[in-house]
Design a protein around this ligand. Structure first.
Ligand SMILES: C[S@@+](CC[C@H](N)C(=O)[O-])C[C@H]1O[C@@H](n2cnc3c(N)ncnc32)[C@H](O)[C@@H]1O
Length: 256
């Protein structure tokens, strides 16, 4: 059963203080790399899976997407998304209207997606919460037009593997990230932002092979870590170069 932790007070409040919640895409250090994987958005119909506050929905609108559907299971995240989207309608550079973005409260584990309805599907940091990801990949594939794109980020399998994740300090002061139980796919309970947050671990091979089986060609895979330039600007990110925090993937529908 879906946990919907983003609707719980303690988690929602802690999440709202993160830099990416305050500053949006500019507060997400992986955004420049993820953005580089996106196809042209102008005139395209866009689907954002696990849209949260809707930062990407508004980016797509401001870059000329003809329609955007943001889907999320959390009513609190969607409430904020709607507030932010109506705030920006009046001073957006876009010539599109406030109707360009629609938000839908639905669980990605079961959501019905219309067939042949989108040119671009996107997801940032939502898929590692899902138990039945292969089934979603199949539904996303059917909802894309032939040759359509799926671009997404997830927590990297190296990060999700450990049963008790968190940095370990060795005697000489070096910090190490534990990798254990890598082969044992399934639920992990973590204490990120609040106790008892459920995430799903799967191997890199499982992610990529599920996409291939669903009918996608893999176009790009990235073990995301901050660049040296980013670390020079933000020294506190240095430890994120010890192991990849996120995996970024771009895939294309093989349907002709
Ligand atoms: C880390 S947040 C990312 C939000 C947004 N994509 C972003 O990058 O700003 C993960 C989002 O995925 C949503 N989510 C998690 N599990 C979900 C599910 N089963 N169905 C729909 N949304 C889900 C959460 O509610 C949350 O808004």
């Amino acid at each position: 059963m879906t946990q919907n932790i983003y609707d719980e007070e303690e988690f929602f409040t802690a999440y709202s203080r993160l830099e990416r919640s305050v500053h949006g895409l500019d507060g997400a250090p992986e955004w420049p790399s993820l953005r580089a994987l996106l196809p042209e958005l102008r005139g395209r119909r866009v689907l954002d899976l696990g849209c949260g506050y809707g930062w990407f929905c508004r980016f797509a609108r401001d870059h000329g997407a003809s329609s955007i559907l943001g889907v999320d299971v959390s009513s609190r995240m969607l409430e904020r998304a709607r507030e932010l989207s109506s705030d920006t309608d009046s001073h957006s550079n876009s010539d599109t209207t406030g109707d360009t973005i629609s938000y839908l409260r639905a669980d990605l584990e079961t959501v019905d997606l219309p067939t042949d309805a989108f040119d671009v599907a996107y997801s940032s940091l939502a898929f590692h919460y899902l138990t039945h990801l292969s089934a979603l990949f199949e539904r996303v594939h059917a909802s894309l037009t032939p040759g359509g794109s799926l671009v997404f980020s997830i927590e990297h399998p190296i990060v999700t593997a450990a049963m008790d994740p968190g940095w370990i300090q060795s005697e000489n002061g070096a910090r190490r990230w534990p990798v254990d139980h890598f082969a044992d796919e399934g639920s992990r309970t973590t204490n990120w932002l609040a106790p008892g947050v459920l995430k799903q671990h799967r191997t890199t091979g499982t992610y990529l092979n599920s996409l291939i089986r669903a009918g996608f060609t893999i176009a790009h895979v990235e073990d995301w870590m901050p660049t040296k330039e980013q670390v020079a600007a933000r020294p506190e990110w240095a430890e994120e170069r010890e192991r990849p925090l996120f995996m970024l993937v771009a895939a294309l529908s093989r349907r002709a």
